[in-house]
Design a protein around this ligand. Structure first.
Ligand SMILES: Cc1cc2nc3c(=O)[nH]c(=O)nc-3n(C[C@H](O)[C@H](O)[C@H](O)COP(=O)(O)O)c2cc1C
Length: 363
């Protein structure tokens, strides 16, 4: 199985299966001299961890980060940073019962068809557990970006057909982490929570939209032509399980706009070149223009639902029915927020290193 590594200069490899002993990430190319300890990583892992509210899976993932290499006397040395998180609260029994009946909407069938053999416990590499490594490595990337005055924030803008009203940056910063659905419109957040409870009691699930915003990114990030910033973000965000669409700036709405509406007027403000609107989402020609980077992702409803569904029994090769009993998120968008932030941070650090914005040593 290839494809577990991401990035060019700031290069991460995630490893581990959901029901194996541990999971984690190795960062190759991390600049030297970065102050880094486990608490930096823990902060982000705690945001990813399920079991913190009644709207996520009740799995109690403790997720303690251990740094195994690449840090000496509290600073990165430039050697690979290896981060390990042990898997606790693993219960494979529910998966034993469905090992021959692939879950509709999950990756069980495609893994089976591709490899002819698979670790059927908890979805293995196709499990949300794989995002532990992304979030751990993303925490390091976020720390590097913070040193350059860059902030990445994400929030849920739609869930199960409930739309959040437009919010300000202050509302996103202030409100998002205060409610379990991570929606900055607090009234919509209450409705979204009620929706999640209702859909779970029906044995079903719902999806939604998440917006990710990058602030403080200088002009000039992104490498023409195949390594455009927009292309990197789309690839990174689409690599997260359950993400089915990525938009940048005005996104799909641009198809309905006129050039005169879509084009962001270029203006001088306080002697600085800027744009008075941001339909481009901060990227033109694949290169950042100094405006906020704005992306949105469409997240599908959780595939593992307890409602009865049709599948095939791969043992008897007969049509079968399946009800999935394990512990699952009734809705993924609230949990994907820190994962999406991590992926955006990883893309930016990698392209900023390639563009010479970030040095290989902070010493
Ligand atoms: C943060 C996060 C949490 C998820 N939680 C679950 C879950 O509890 N149950 C489930 O069946 N899928 C869950 N998924 C989705 C599956 O990982 C995903 O649907 C699967 O890997 C198949 O990939 P695809 O949907 O992109 O085709 C989650 C994904 C993410 C990113």
């Amino acid at each position: 199985m290839s494809g577990n590594t991401f990035g060019t200069l700031f290069r991460i490899t995630t490893w581990g299966e959901s029901h194996g002993p541990a999971t984690g990430a190795v960062i190759d190319g991390c600049p030297a001299g970065l102050l880094l300890d486990e608490a930096d990583i823990q902060k982000e892992l705690d945001r990813r961890r399920p079991g913190q509210s009644d709207i996520t899976t009740p799995r109690k993932e403790e997720d303690r980060a251990e740094i195994l290499s690449g840090v000496f006397e509290g600073k990165t040395t430039g050697a690979p940073v290896s981060i390990l998180v042990r898997n606790k609260d693993v219960d494979s029994s529910k998966y034993e019962a469905i090992r021959n009946t692939p879950r509709p909407g999950h990756a069980d069938l495609t893994y089976q068809l591709k490899y002819g053999f698979r670790d059927w416990r908890g979805g293995a590499r196709a499990s949300a557990r794989e995002t532990v490594g992304r979030v751990a490595a993303g925490a390091v990337a976020k720390k590097i970006l913070a040193l350059h005055g860059i902030e990445i924030i994400a929030h849920v803008t739609e869930l199960g057909g409930i739309h959040a009203k437009p919010v300000t940056l202050e509302e996103i910063r202030e409100n998002t982490e205060k409610n379990p659905v991570r929606c900055a419109d607090l009234e919509a957040a209450v409705e979204m929570q009620a929706m999640i409870h209702a859909i779970r009691s029906e044995g079903d699930s719902v999806g939604g939209l998440v917006e990710i915003i990058g602030l403080g990114i200088p002009a000039g990030v992104g490498e023409p032509v195949f390594d455009k910033l927009s292309a990197g973000l789309a690839r990174a965000l689409m690599s997260i399980g359950a993400v089915k669409g990525v938009e940048i700036g005005a996104g799909f709405k641009c198809a309905l706009m006129k050039g005169s509406q879509m084009n962001d007027p270029v203006v001088l403000k306080d002697g600085k070149i800027t744009t008075s609107t941001n339909n481009a989402g901060g990227i033109l020609g694949g290169i950042s223009n100094g405006e906020p980077i704005v992306c949105r992702i469409a997240v599908k409803p959780t595939p593992s639902i307890s409602k009865e569904q049709h599948t095939v029994d791969l043992g008897s090769m007969k049509n079968a029915k399946i009800r999935i009993a394990g512990r699952h998120d009734p809705s993924i968008p609230p949990r994907i927020v820190p994962v999406a932030e991590a992926m955006v941070a990883l893309v930016l650090v990698d392209l900023m290193m390639r563009g010479g914005f970030i040095r290989t040593s902070f010493i």
